[in-house]
Ligand binder design. Structure first.
Ligand SMILES: [Mg+2]
Length: 308
């Protein structure tokens, strides 16, 4: 597969700074002892001996100052990433069909509706005219009247694909002890089909809208509490659950307007292939990057962030 994750960079070096500084202190101490011994056997005057000790002591002091300075700045600027929270649509996966912007549109189309029908209802919710719960209820009625089945959802899932090398990179992150999470405004059935039912292996926790079926008949669309503002709530829960020191130890990666709220959790946010959002809006995004290949994304993350 040729998967390579770059490990040697300036942040990696900073991470191992403790070792470097400890070696430096020991070297300085040895230097001071050897130098003073050298003068003991020479004709040097006492004052020169004292000077030598002062030089040695200065070396140790300098090393200590460096140690604390580097530690201060590395903690401040290069807080290690201990967890990554991913959005799903447009972040881990993409829709193969041109002109479609959400999985909801695909389901409406599948059932014989028009994209405009989906957009009309969604806009009502988006503009605050109806709640998310109400939007789910009205969507449910539309889907139920067309007898939506799980088979329909399985067919719709074929219009998605994961970005290149997603699983390989997540595997590597897992091996390095990074906790992985998924928080999506998509539909759990679709995510499970697209992910080949391996969600439990890759993610510590995942959230999305849930379609409930009974005897293959849709009985409820249970809206997720973790979309839009809920994305920040989700990240705060992860922060508490992992007992982290700072929310900055969490990196959120998303792509759209519903992800903009994630920043309110205090997590660092990376906009990947931004759509329906301004990736340069600093109130929403700390950073932005474009790629369809997770190996490239990972190389970028390695350069910009310190992975624990
Ligand atoms: Mg998305």
């Amino acid at each position: 597969m040729g998967l390579k994750i770059q490990k040697n960079n300036i942040y990696g070096w900073l991470a191992s700074t403790t070792n470097n500084v400890v070696s430096s202190v020991i070297a300085s101490a040895l230097f001071a002892i050897l130098f003073s011994k050298l003068f003991e056997y020479s004709d040097a005057e006492f004052s020169r001996k004292s000077l030598c000790i002062i030089i040695g002591a200065s070396f140790i002091l300098l090393s200590l100052i460096l140690f604390f300075l580097i530690r201060y700045f590395s903690n401040k600027k290069f807080i290690p990433i201990k967890a990554i929270v991913f959005d799903f649509d447009g972040t881990l996966s993409k829709i193969k069909r041109v002109g479609i912007t959400s999985p909801w549109e695909l389901i409406w189309l599948k059932l014989g509706y028009k994209i405009a029908d989906c957009k009309k209802l969604y806009t009502k919710f988006y503009d605050g005219k109806i709640t998310h719960k109400r939007w789910c209820r009205l969507t449910y009625q539309k889907f139920k009247s067309k007898k939506l089945t799980e088979k329909h959802l399985e067919e719709v899932s074929k219009d998605f694909e994961l970005l290149a090398n997603v699983k390989e990179v997540l595997e590597q992150l897992k091996e390095r002890g990074v906790r992985l999470y998924l928080v999506s405004g998509s539909i759990m059935h679709l995510i499970k089909y697209i992910w080949n039912d391996e969600l439990d292996y890759y993610f510590d926790r995942y959230e999305a809208n849930v379609f409930r079926f009974k005897n293959n008949e849709l009985v409820e669309i249970k809206g997720t509490d973790y979309d839009f503002k809920g994305k920040a709530v989700f990240i705060k829960e992860i922060f508490k659950h992992l007992q982290l020191k700072s929310p900055k130890e969490i990196l959120f990666i998303g792509n759209s307007d519903n992800d903009e709220y994630a920043r309110k959790s205090g997590a660092r946010t990376l906009c990947l292939n931004g759509a329906l959002t301004n990736p340069y809006n600093k109130n929403a995004w700390d950073d932005t990057y474009k790629t369809d290949d997770f190996i490239e994304l990972m190389a970028y993350i390695e350069k910009k962030y310190l992975i624990k």
